[in-house]
Ligand binder design. Structure first.
Ligand code: AMP
Ligand code: MG
Length: 352
């Protein structure tokens, strides 16, 4: 199958209406989308990604269109000023899919949708089992990307979409990344440019009757807590609630060391390693084997560049026969927490 990359929203819509898969841009990472209400179409996602069926998908909802939608004001991003109107709209919009909408969830949706926040809520039967891996809950969000919002507004159904990469691998933040991993397996990638946030969404669900962060991501914990107060982190169990929480995930092919720049102590020569760094290069290792994510120390910029840099260094390792990628720990605040989380999981794939 030939994989085409383009900007044709109409074409993406027709393919999705025909039950086919399309890779779509979002502000977090590129998603591999199918009609969320069509179990057969959704099954193809698992096949193409080689994703285990115990790993449920996120359902992407339309912000609506036209002036009647307080969510569609993408030019005036941020919370809708008319709280009652926004909440009423959200209730009606979520009603076909969820049985219960707790106060904390309504507040978060109003504050951060469209945006990098996924809410896990009790589902209605219209959401097929395959989407939720048989769980009684469904993960939902409205993405903040103009092309995908336009696409969603045209479709009579929501889109189930996990990240558009092979299972366990680094998530794609450009259309080309999608083609690199899934080329030949899907027919169309809707190109919306590089993802503005670059990390998967933050997932919040209810654990023991209170909201908890199930996965760290593109929305900062600080912002969530400013809106609804302190939130817990879900304990990682044997069967993870959010498989983005699997110990080994988001991994490049080369072994990756997290919070460890001691390549020499591990027996590597400077010419044999690649480095992924926050603000500045490390003397001794050739400069072209290093990637600095944000010279000015901006964690948002670092997050936006993280996955592309991991891919670049991975490709460099393959090309030049470098042996490993060494990374440092980022500040444990804002998006730094999610960056550390991803790097730690990427390092867990290391065999040695
Ligand atoms: P991905 O888009 O590939 O990062 O995958 C979506 C993430 O959302 C996965 O880690 C899922 O496990 C998580 N997720 C989806 N549905 C649920 C749910 N009902 N409960 C908890 N996590 C979920
Ligand atoms: Mg993923």
């Amino acid at each position: 199958m030939h994989t085409e990359m383009g900007h044709d929203i109409e074409k993406a819509a027709s393919l999705l209406e025909a039950g086919e898969l399309v890779a779509i841009p979002t502000e977090t990472v590129y998603g591999l989308a199918a009609n969320a209400l069509n179990a057969k179409a959704v099954a193809r996602i698992f096949e193409v990604k080689n994703r285990p069926h115990f790993d449920p998908l996120i359902v992407h909802l339309s912000a609506g269109s036209g002036p009647e939608s307080p969510m569609s004001g993408m030019t005036s991003m941020g919370p809708c000023r008319d709280v009652a109107k926004a909440e009423d709209y959200l209730r009606r919009m979520l009603d076909p899919y969820v049985r219960d909408l707790p106060v904390w969830a309504l507040k978060l949706a109003r504050s951060f949708w469209p945006g990098p926040l996924t809410l896990v809520l009790p589902r209605k039967p219209v959401i097929p089992d395959i989407v939720t891996s048989g769980l009684d809950t469904v993960a939902l969000r409205i993405p903040a990307h103009l092309a995908t919002l336009e696409l969603l507004a045209r479709l009579p159904f929501p889109l189930a979409a996990p990240s558009a990469n092979l299972f366990g691998r680094v998530s794609p933040t450009t259309a080309q990344h999608v083609v690199d991993q899934l080329g030949g397996k899907i027919s169309y990638v809707l190109d919306g440019g590089p993802c503005g946030i670059g990390l998967e969404s933050t997932i919040v669900g209810e654990v023991a009757g209170a909201p908890a962060i199930l996965r760290l991501g593109g929305l900062r914990q600080e912002d969530i807590e400013a809106a609804i107060g302190n939130v817990a982190h879900a304990p990682s169990g044997a069967k993870p609630l959010a498989p983005g929480n699997l110990e080994s995930h988001y991994a490049p092919s080369a072994p990756l060391y997290f919070d460890d720049l001691g390549y020499a102590q591990r027996g590597y020569a400077p010419g044999e390693v690649a480095l992924l760094l926050y603000k500045k290069e490390l003397a001794g290792v050739p400069a072209d084997q290093q990637r600095v994510l944000s010279p000015l120390g901006d964690l948002n910029e670092a997050a936006q560049k993280l996955f592309a840099a991991m891919r670049e260094l991975d490709a460099l390792c393959a090309k030049r026969g470098l042996k490993a990628i060494f990374t440092q720990k980022f500040p444990d605040q804002g998006l730094g927490r999610a960056i550390n989380d991803r790097l730690k999981r990427a390092s867990a794939a290391r065999v040695s």
